[in-house]
Design a protein around this ligand. Sequence first.
Ligand SMILES: [Zn+2]
Length: 281
Amino acid sequence: MRQFMASGGGHIDADTVVAADSWEAALRAAGGVVEAVDRVSSGQDDNAFCVVRPPGHHATPGQAMGFCVFNNVAIGAAWLLARKRAERIAILDYDVHHGNGTQDAFYTRPDVLYVSTHQYPLYPGTGHWQETGAAAGAGCTLNLSLPPGSGDDVYRVALAEIVQPAVRRYAPDFILVSLGFDAFWDDPLANLRLSIGGAYAPLIRSARELARELCDGRLVVGLEGGYNLEALAHGADAVCRLLLGDEPAADPLGPPPDQLSVANVRPLLDAMRELHALTSG
Ligand SMILES: [Zn+2]
C-alpha cells in the first residue's frame, strides 16, 4: 500500500483513489484518533472530536475500501484495549453507510459493542439487522438497518428504544462515535433525512450523556463521511459546542422537507428490541 501510494497511487477500487501523499494523510487520520484516545483515557482532555480525512469505517483489518484507507476509529479502540486503557468499548456509528470494517474487526469480540444506524440497502451491502456478532461477540453487534427516508423522528425513537438501552446494559468504560454527516437530509450520496438540530445534535448530546453516566465522560468522536459541505461545517460546529457542554447555535439548514413516520419502521424497531432483549431506558 505504501509503495503503491509512493509511486503515484491510483484506484484501489472503484470508489477509493489514492495519490502520493495519501500515506501521510491516512497515517495522520488514524494517528489523530489514537492521540485523542490517549489524551482522553489519560485524563489530559475531557473528550475530543477528530476532524480527519480519509474516513475509516469501511476499511477492514486487511483491505482499504469505500474512501477509507485505515479504520481510524477501530484502530483507536484496538489501541485502548491493547494498552489496557479500556476494557469495554462502545462504538456508535452514525454514518449513513454501514461500517463493515469496524464490524469485521470486532465481530467475534465481547470487549467492543458496535452499534450502527444506517440506510439499508446501500453501500457496502452489509449491516442487516439480523447480523448480531458471533462466537464470544454474539449479541455485541447491533445493526439498525433503516429504510430510505428515515429521518429525525425515527432517529429520536431509535435512540431511546435501541441505542441508549443497549449501551447502558453493556456498561462501557469508553465511548467512540463514528460520525458521518452523509445521513443529512440534503446529502448528495444517500437518502436518510437527518437535520443538524433535529438529529445530529440529539445523537451527540446522548453520546455525551451516556459517557458522563457510564465512562467518566470519556468520549472521542471521529469524522467519517459527509458530502454536503454546508452540513459538514454547521454539523462540526454543533459537535464542538456540544462536547464543550454548550448548546449548538440555531440550525441554519433547518428540518428535512419530508421523512418517514415512526410507524413505518415500528416493525423493525420491535424486531430489534425482541432480538436483543431490550427494554426502553
Ligand atoms: Zn458514509
